[in-house]
Design a binder for this molecule. Structure first.
Ligand SMILES: Nc1ncnc2c1ncn2[C@@H]1O[C@H](COP(=O)(O)OP(=O)(O)OP(=O)(O)O)[C@@H](O)[C@H]1O
Ligand SMILES: [Mg+2]
Length: 365
């Protein structure tokens, strides 16, 4: 799977960008604030319809423009043509010239995993980030998961809005509760099944990077501990006070234990970074194994900041990507990319919202 063409119009600091891309490793080089991360953001947007910086569409529209356009051609057992337009008043998404009616049909067109500074929030930040991590993996591997997720979010929103009323209509509440339980149970089943499957990948990556010294465990902290319908009706008295839905998979969390102790509270910054990296490496390796082809890797800046052992943890993943005709994008402020990691690199120079090839030369065997 690789992106063979990327087109940006009024996206971030790009007025207009047309890139033809081959498989393999692409290195975006440039000074600070030239547009390196913005390109990765656009690629990630094609894969997930979200920014990995956690912002909405408005921030991605070039200052002074009405809306952004991102177009991509994806080569994966045939070509897929994606076109996305976003403005404050209009959103359009098409796949092979046909409007996308259901997002669940769109997911999987491009699978990508991003490595960026925001990853640290998976360990240090709120539970929402960890739920998103699981949800993204499930959306990219399990047909129907995204539909379930959207159904749950909609029903939960309506139910919470109703609970704000001084006297909620009981029949309406019953209807929303039913939908919340039905979709939510599906989410819980999928997440509960995913955790033991992905844990060995995370532990393995963690062991590789930390050199076998630390022991990692994952513990599911479910937002419901009993039958969901029972838990929901048992929480009604508290809901009347709190005016919001108190139990459900929207309260799910995963706890990381390093040597038996909570990782967010007891580990060093270095261990946190190792864990965050292990989570992302595991995501990429798990996706490769389930889908049968490696996802596109978007590695933002992190290489320069990593020490040798953490950089080395990327090697198996990059090797596999190269062997399978996959694609890797990396950004760097200077050319400090260790040659032993990349067999061949296509180098691009990024300057003031423009990208030109530097040279394309094979390195190593
Ligand atoms: N909506 C927008 N409209 C216009 N310019 C924007 C918009 N959003 C961001 N920018 C600008 O895009 C520029 C490049 O941002 P980007 O994050 O891609 O830089 P970078 O090359 O990754 O730099 P660094 O090496 O510091 O990470 C910044 O100067 C930023 O101000
Ligand atoms: Mg950047």
């Amino acid at each position: 799977m690789h992106v063979s063409r990327l087109r940006l119009r009024d996206f971030r600091n790009y007025v207009r960008l047309d890139l033809e891309l081959g498989p393999g490793c692409h290195l975006f080089l440039g000074d600070n604030a030239q547009g390196k991360t913005n390109v990765l953001e656009a690629l990630y947007l094609v894969a997930t319809l979200r920014s990995f910086r956690g912002v909405g569409g408005a921030q991605m529209v070039r200052e002074g423009a009405r809306g952004y356009f991102v177009g991509a051609t994806i080569d994966s057992q045939g070509l897929s043509e994606v076109k996305a337009y976003w403005s404050a008043t209009e959103r359009k998404l098409s796949l092979n010239e046909r409007p996308v009616r259901r997002l669940s049909e769109y997911f999987g067109v491009l699978r990508a995993v991003v490595f960026c500074s925001e990853d640290l929030a998976l360990v240090k930040g709120a539970s929402r980030g960890r739920r998103r991590f699981l949800d993204l993996i499930l959306a990219q591997t399990e047909p129907g998961y995204l539909t379930l997720l959207m159904r749950y979010a909609r029903a939960l929103k309506s139910r919470n809005a109703l609970l704000k009323h001084p006297v909620p209509d009981e029949a309406q509440l019953e209807g929303f509760s039913h939908e919340v339980v039905s979709a939510g149970t599906g989410l819980m089943v999928a997440r509960t099944a995913l955790l033991p499957r992905i844990t060995p990948w995370i532990q393995d990556a963690f062991r590789r990077i930390s050199g076998d010294v630390d022991e990692l465990e994952l513990r599911h902290r479910p937002g419901v501990r009993e039958d969901f319908a029972v838990a929901l009706s048992n929480s009604r008295a508290r809901e009347r006070v709190m005016r919001t839905t108190l139990v459900g998979p929207h309260r799910d969390d995963v706890e990381f234990l390093v040597n038996g102790r909570n990782a967010s509270q007891y580990t060093s910054e270095g261990q946190k970074r190792t864990l965050a990296l292990a989570l992302k490496l595991a995501q990429a390796e798990y996706l490769s194994s389930v889908v049968g082809m490696p996802p596109v890797l978007l590695i933002d800046d992190v290489m320069g900041e990593l020490d040798a052992s953490r950089r080395a943890a990327f090697v198996p993943l990059l090797e596999r990507a190269f062997r399978a005709g996959g694609q890797v994008f990396m950004t760097c402020t200077e050319e400090n990319w260790p040659q032993d990691l990349g067999r061949s690199l296509t180098r691009w120079s990024v300057r003031r919202g423009g990208i030109v090839p530097v040279s394309s030369e094979p390195l190593g065997p």
